[in-house]
Design a binder for this molecule. Structure first.
Ligand SMILES: [Zn+2]
Length: 338
């Protein structure tokens, strides 16, 4: 469908709506000031290669290889202590894993490496095989289980996302962690404490990586800066996601390394939560009038896309609408197809 046709359809759907409150939550409005224009889709969909030459410290000993706003390239973290170095996420595929490992080795200068992943999704962790035997691999237990349960299906699905992604996934094997933990794990890297905390919402096995002394948190896709939150399958939960963001906000981080998008302050957490609460509120209001999910989706999705017009990847809006509808009504979840 052309953009123009989509816009016209959106306009028609809007015209048919009864008066709805037009209110961009303040936190979301603030976050959107820096992201007034959507990224050109051609730029978003370049080959998903980690650009290690862009690696930079966001605090002494805390390096981020930033996401250049290419889909399927996440922010990567490398956290160095006196005795060991922790890598957070690998990027998608062997070549990206190799690039990240090389950067981590350079920083580590002989110190032992650890690897953890924010969640099991391919763009975050399907370079882990390169680290096997080179770093101690540690995940939260639900993530390890979700990887085991869904890993092969996600690999097959992502290989269908075009030639660049298929190429990135050549030779990828899913590897088991060396160790798992329950709930929370404190790691002492030597003069630097890292807390790993299980916080499922975007998947069954998300975890955050929190540096309490530096007040830095790596959220994985629990927060994305300037992208719509992704509800990829039935394990993404709306209400739980709102609660998880409140827990992360309560840690009072100074810097938030989102799964995708620029490193920011805590406003990015508030912006994502404001959006989720907005979707939840609108869905509840329409669902209370007895509207079936298709109608709620048809009426709400164009409105939300316009309300958050500065964010990228708006194809995820109807997924959010349907998750919140299922939660509001207790009816079975019916996600749109990709
Ligand atoms: Zn994800």
């Amino acid at each position: 469908m052309t953009t123009r046709r989509r816009m016209l359809m959106g306009a028609a759907a809007l015209a048919a709506l009864p008066i709805l409150p037009w209110r961009v939550p303040a936190a979301a409005a603030q976050a959107m000031k820096d992201e007034q224009r959507r990224t050109d889709p051609a730029l978003l969909n370049r080959a998903p290669l980690i650009q290690t030459e862009r690696a930079a410290e966001i605090a002494p000993g805390v390096t981020v290889i930033p996401d250049p706003r290419i889909n399927l390239v996440p922010n990567i973290g490398i956290v160095a202590g006196r005795d060991a170095v922790l890598v957070v996420d690998t990027g998608i595929g062997v070549e990206n894993g190799r690039r990240v490992l090389e950067t981590a080795r350079r920083i580590a200068a002989g110190r032992p490496l650890m690897l953890t992943l924010t969640h099991f999704h391919p763009e975050h962790g399907y370079g882990a095989q390169v680290f096997k035997g080179q770093a101690r691999i540690l995940y939260n237990r639900p993530q390890a289980e979700e990887l085991r349960a869904k890993g092969p299906a996600y690999l097959a699905m992502f290989r269908g996302f075009g030639p660049d992604v298929a190429k990135a996934l050549e030779g990828v094997e899913i590897v088991e962690p060396d160790e798992t933990y329950e709930g929370e794990r404190r790691i002492d890297l030597g003069g630097r404490t890292v807390m790993l905390s299980d916080m499922a919402a975007h998947t069954r096995g998300d975890q955050i990586v929190h540096l309490p002394d530096e007040r830095i948190v790596f959220t994985g896709d629990l927060a994305e800066n300037g992208f719509f939150p992704i509800f990829p399958d039935e394990d993404a939960k709306g209400q739980r996601w709102i609660e998880v963001l409140k827990r992360i906000e309560a840690l009072d981080p100074k810097q938030v390394v989102a799964g995708h998008g620029a490193v920011a302050g805590p406003e990015v957490l508030r912006a994502v939560r404001a959006y989720l609460e907005d979707v939840q509120g609108e869905v509840r209001r329409l669902a209370a009038s007895g509207a079936p999910v298709e109608e709620v989706d048809r009426r709400l999705t164009p409105l939300l896309k316009q309300r958050y017009a500065g964010w990228d990847n708006d194809m995820w809006v109807p997924f959010a609408v349907r998750v919140f509808h299922a939660e509001a009504t207790g009816t079975p979840l019916k996600l749109p197809s990709f």
